[in-house]
Design a protein around this ligand. Structure first.
Ligand SMILES: [Zn+2]
Length: 319
């Protein structure tokens, strides 16, 4: 299949590709099931109604010695991680809470190998009603966005470009400290399908070295700017030589207020990888990073999806 060259992954809001063919048929499978057990009504995003006792129920069941506070619904039957954040936090950002993400799968759908060709994927095979959020480049370093992720506990995966972040590596350390992983998105955001194999290697390897040094761990994943060259042997060779163990593309890309979908029906599918960017008012027609991100979460919430951590669905190669 064709690569995603020229889909305008960076800095070109209008040029994103649409209606691309996809590598997998996972969407159809995913439609059959929604086993997240995390509420998919697209409304409150809370636990299923049956699991929520009314204040009257609670009063009847519990001792009346202390006044009941019907503010916290009882936990759902399955263990629910604290990743959904606190409802008050969502209200602070004028958002409806997302459903909590289900527990990370024990058997990871993506298993990476230590050596050999790296896989290229834009979605993860899962029936969990989750999507994965990736944020690219690193131009906008809005402190309010750190506050937002601290409040909401929405996991993101960061694909950083060295020369765009090197003036403030520390900003992304704050996001890393929240449990978010840093990945490789080249040194200078070159369109890799248009440069020599040597240049491809330096774009990837030099970023890998810098991020390993700065963030204390070697990036596991790589994303080529614009998706360029993702399916070429030259790029795959370069990635292998530099260290990342997969090339990650995307299914949807967030613009300013809305998402662009590759699927004709413009709907999220379980396991989709969503692309967003660290962008500010200059690139967002006056909108802020947190406004854009909030709109993205609203689009996800409307469709009843949770946001899960991409790395929780990936088995790293054994060391
Ligand atoms: Zn980019």
């Amino acid at each position: 299949m064709r690569s995603l060259d020229g889909t305008g992954e960076h800095g070109a809001v209008k040029r994103h590709g649409r209606g691309r063919t996809t590598t997998y048929a996972v969407g159809a499978m995913a439609l059959l099931t929604a086993v997240s057990g995390c509420g998919s009504d697209g409304g409150t995003g809370g636990p299923p109604a049956a699991a929520v006792s009314t204040p009257a129920d609670r009063g009847a069941a519990a001792s009346s010695a202390a006044p009941q506070q019907p503010v916290t619904p009882p936990p759902a039957p399955a263990p629910v991680p604290a990743a959904a954040g606190d409802p008050a936090a969502w209200a602070k950002w004028n958002l409806k809470p997302l459903p909590p993400a289900p527990p990370a799968p024990a058997d990871k759908p993506v298993k990476l190998r230590r050596s050999g060709p790296v896989p290229v994927f834009s979605e993860v095979r899962t029936t969990d009603k989750v999507v994965f959020v990736t944020i690219d480049d690193g131009a906008e370093k809005d402190p309010r966005f750190v506050e937002m992720l601290t409040d909401l506990k929405v996991p993101v995966s960061m694909f950083l470009t060295r020369d765009i972040v090197k003036d403030d590596y520390g900003y992304f350390k704050r996001l890393q400290a929240l449990g978010n992983h840093v990945h490789n998105h080249t040194v200078g955001h070159a369109q890799l399908s248009k440069v020599t194999p040597e240049k491809q290697r330096s774009e990837i390897c030099d970023a890998q070295t810098a991020f390993t040094q700065q963030y204390g761990t070697a990036p596991l994943l790589f994303r080529p700017p614009y998706g360029g060259g993702a399916h070429t042997a030259a790029l795959n060779d370069a990635v292998q030589q530099c260290g990342p163990r997969a090339v990650v593309l995307w299914r949807e890309s967030m613009q300013i207020h809305d998402m662009q979908y590759q699927a004709a029906d413009k709907k999220l599918r379980p396991g989709d990888i969503v692309l967003a960017h660290f962008r500010g008012p200059k690139d967002l027609k006056g909108e802020t990073m947190t406004q854009m991100f909030g709109e993205m979460l609203a689009r996800i919430q409307e469709q009843g999806f949770a946001v899960a951590r991409l790395e929780d669905y990936i088995e790293s190669p054994a060391a």
